[in-house]
Ligand binder design. Structure first.
Ligand code: SF4
Ligand code: SF4
Length: 366
């Protein structure tokens, strides 16, 4: 049995435990009132550790790194100490037949109770021969593990929607988990996924006995309920039509919007602006990089360092207007025009992606 708390070589005190219950309340969007309830639920979780089986498909292992890369006691680290990860290729000490036996034993012993976490896409072309583990096509292994799981979670954009391994021309026929197994899959996309998104989802399942409410792409609304654009610190620049034209450019008196540099914030759902990354340090847009839309099914294919088409059109129209109008009126009219165009762009994008995602339910997978 792999206990990740031991991998991290840490012991937790009672004080850590209480701080942990508070952090979880915040993570799950609950008030402090729930802390005692969370603490008592955790006591039960500790006494019967939740089994987890973590499979690694076609990916860079960045989601494992994101999840494990903590430099002070974090919610992820503490929760991992409460989980019992039965199989995880990248961190387990066992290998070969011993590892495969551990997997088979875990499936048999915890059938219907374990959580499966898949990291990475699933190569499906030519019966899945482009990725085999212990002589078995990975796609078959995924199906076998998913069949006995209480909850199936796709960690990261590759596991959720295919991501980088499925980008054109996709010679190995890589697919996301739902495209292969159908049914209910909790998608935790991101390149990589934020550790809180996975931890919060598992804790939600443990505390309330069910998966959190999901959006149209199978993502927990708790973390993916709002567009990046809605909470962006550069939103003022956007509303006033103040766009940066080159990276590192600083505009006087305002943080310039990155829409002209291809920012996909208007069509990307995630809570990065207030969750922040690297233990709460920063996130892409605040660090002067446009949002690449890494939590969306269209990533990475549709991310270009160019404005999304409708915003580009509106920026151009605004520049023409600017020549004709006083600066004060330009900002207001351009802001409104862009908001309308971006909303229309978002509507089209979501309709197209939703149709594709729902079709996966009816597909045979491989
Ligand atoms: S387009 Fe991007 S940088 Fe500009 S306000 Fe929206 S999310 Fe922020
Ligand atoms: S800001 Fe955009 S690209 Fe950056 S992590 Fe969040 S969703 Fe991904």
């Amino acid at each position: 049995m792999l206990e990740l708390g031991k991998v991290f070589n840490r012991k937790f005190t009672r004080r850590d435990f209480l701080k942990y219950s508070s952090s979880l309340a915040i993570l799950l969007g609950l008030s402090e009132m729930y802390v005692p309830q969370i603490a008592s639920a955790l006591e039960q979780i500790v006494s019967k550790k939740q089994p987890v089986i973590w499979l690694n498909g076609a990916a860079c292992t960045g989601c494992t790194v994101s999840f494990a890369n903590t430099n002070y006691p974090s919610v992820a680290e503490l929760v991992l100490d409460r989980l019992s990860v039965k199989y995880m290729e990248t961190l387990m000490a066992a290998s070969g037949e011993v590892a495969e036996k551990a997997l088979d034993d875990a499936i048999a012993q915890f059938k219907g109770k374990y959580v499966m976490v898949l990291e990475g896409a699933i190569p499906t072309k030519d019966r899945g021969i482009y990725l085999t583990v212990a002589g078995e096509p990975f796609v078959d292994k995924v199906r076998k593990v998913a069949e006995g799981a209480a909850v199936n979670i796709a960690m990261g954009t590759c596991a959720s929607f295919g991501g980088i391994p499925a980008a054109g021309p996709n010679p190995t026929g890589c697919k996301g988990l739902k495209d292969v197994i159908g049914g209910t899959v909790v998608n935790i996309p991101g390149c990589p996924a934020h550790p809180d998104w996975l931890v919060g989802t598992i804790v939600n399942v443990l505390l309330f006995g069910k998966t959190p409410e999901l959006d149209q792409f199978g993502r927990p609304k708790l973390f993916y309920g709002k567009l990046i654009h809605e909470n962006c610190p550069r939103r003022g620049g956007y509303e006033q039509g103040r766009f940066i034209k080159s990276f590192g450019e600083e505009l006087p008196d305002i943080e310039g919007c990155m829409g002209a540099k291809g920012c996909r914030g208007p069509v990307t759902s995630a809570d990065c602006p207030h969750r922040l990354w690297n233990s709460g340090v920063n996130f892409c847009i605040a660090a002067s990089a446009p949002c690449a839309g890494c939590t969306e099914p269209a990533f990475p294919q549709e991310f270009l360092y160019e404005p999304i088409p409708e915003v580009a059109k509106t920026i151009k129209a605004g520049e023409t207007d600017k020549k004709k109008s006083a600066v004060g009126t330009f900002g207001a009219s351009l802001g409104g025009a862009i908001a309308g165009a971006a909303a229309a762009a978002g509507g089209l994008y979501f309709a197209k992606e939703k149709a594709r995602y729902e079709a996966a339910d009816k597909s045979e997978g491989v």
